[in-house]
Ligand binder design. Structure first.
Ligand SMILES: NC(=O)C1=CN([C@@H]2O[C@H](COP(=O)(O)OP(=O)(O)OC[C@H]3O[C@@H](n4cnc5c(N)ncnc54)[C@H](OP(=O)(O)O)[C@@H]3O)[C@@H](O)[C@H]2O)C=CC1
Ligand SMILES: Nc1nc(=O)c2c([nH]1)NC[C@@H]1CN(c3ccc(C(=O)N[C@@H](CCC(=O)O)C(=O)O)cc3)C=[N+]21
Length: 294
């Protein structure tokens, strides 16, 4: 069994990005600038956005955090997005999800300028991804592809079972694993809460990508010997004996599943850090595109 070490690989990617940014600075060029809008003060969202800002500093990017109260109206958020769209200094930005119930997420995703949509959630970019055109690939699926590639995991002709069909993870992942080339060329089954015989389907998988958010959903007896296990799930479990008052856990019963798997991602330290590294990579790409336009 080999651990797919997302923490380590994400640090390698950040080092590679830092070298490129240092070269930009030497030449007197503008460095990439990433902004994030956070509406409300959800604990997990704050953690994620906080580590994004720290990672920007680490690689030498400019970063801006825009915080808005949970009572923000849809119009106020749309106005803020328009401001970031127009601000030529900003190369890319994200609107942290989920949004409060008074705001229509679809309208918000449509409002982001596709050229600055480093999350890859705008329908234009999502469509390009599905059609194999060059675009911003959503950071979490992009990070998973990068891990598979760096560890030389064979995906050709393999049966990949994706659990969960969210627009930010499961759906794009299912499209990317089925694309031509590597890592891809998989035969993909996309499963969700209405899937019948899900246990039987999972037992046939060479690669399982679990993105449902149910702790210890995936057990050792459900998987095939030597399956590749990607654990996207992140759930906070309250526990007073922990320093922070909670610990985080994935969808996979790691202790037992790891004994049977050929490759497995841990939580924490697997897919999560890769997501942040690929967001930075998309922002670097956005800066390069903006430069060639001028
Ligand atoms: N590591 C990272 O970088 C990231 C981690 N996450 C984590 O990944 C997990 C999933 O988040 P997200 O992708 O946003 O998905 P959502 O929480 O939006 O949706 C969950 C999906 O899982 C499906 N599902 C729920 N229960 C079951 C079940 N018992 N059997 C089969 N399918 C089920 C749902 O089906 P249906 O559609 O029918 O409701 C849905 O498609 C969360 O823990 C989240 O925190 C998310 C993004 C990035
Ligand atoms: N517009 C938008 N884009 C996103 O990409 C997006 C989003 N909204 N909303 C929420 C999800 C979730 N997500 C994570 C990213 C990093 C970690 C991460 O770094 N996790 C660490 C641990 C973090 C902790 O301690 O809680 C790890 O797994 O090792 C987790 C989750 C991005 N998301």
């Amino acid at each position: 069994m080999e651990i797919l070490d997302g923490k380590k690989v994400s640090n390698e990617i950040k080092d590679e990005i830092a070298i490129q940014v240092a070269k930009m600075r030497e030449k007197g060029e503008k460095v990439p600038h990433l902004a994030a809008i956070l509406v409300g003060s959800d604990g997990a969202s704050l953690t994620y956005v906080g580590s994004k800002v720290r990672s920007c500093e680490k690689v030498g990017f400019e970063s801006t955090l825009v915080r808005m109260p949970s009572t923000t109206s849809e119009l106020e958020l749309l106005n803020k997005i328009e401001e970031l769209n127009k601000n030529e200094d900003i190369d890319g930005f994200i609107v942290q999800l989920p949004l409060p119930p008074q705001i229509d997420t679809q309208k918000v995703l449509l409002a982001v300028d596709p050229d600055k949509d480093v999350d890859g959630f705008h329908p234009m970019n999502f469509g390009k991804m599905a059609l194999d055109m060059s675009t911003f690939i959503p950071a979490t699926p992009f990070g998973i592809l990068e891990l598979l590639e760096r560890y030389n995991v064979d995906t050709k002709g393999k049966h990949t079972v994706v659990i969960g069909r969210s627009h930010i993870v499961g759906r794009p992942m299912s499209i990317l694993m089925g694309r031509k080339g590597w890592p891809g060329n998989s035969t993909v089954t996309l499963t969700h809460s209405h899937t019948k015989n899900i246990t039987q389907i999972i037992s046939q998988a060479d690669i399982v990508i679990s993105a449902l958010g149910v702790p210890k959903f995936l057990k050792a007896e459900m998987i095939k010997d030597d399956a590749v296990i990607i654990d996207v799930g992140i759930t906070r479990v309250a526990d007073d004996s922990c320093e922070k008052g909670y610990y985080i856990t994935g969808d996979v019963d790691f202790e037992n599943v790891s004994k049977k798997a050929s490759f497995i991602t841990p939580v924490p330290g697997g897919v999560g850090p890769m997501t942040i590294a690929m967001l930075l990579k998309n922002t670097l790409l956005a800066r390069e595109r903006h430069r060639s336009r001028k």
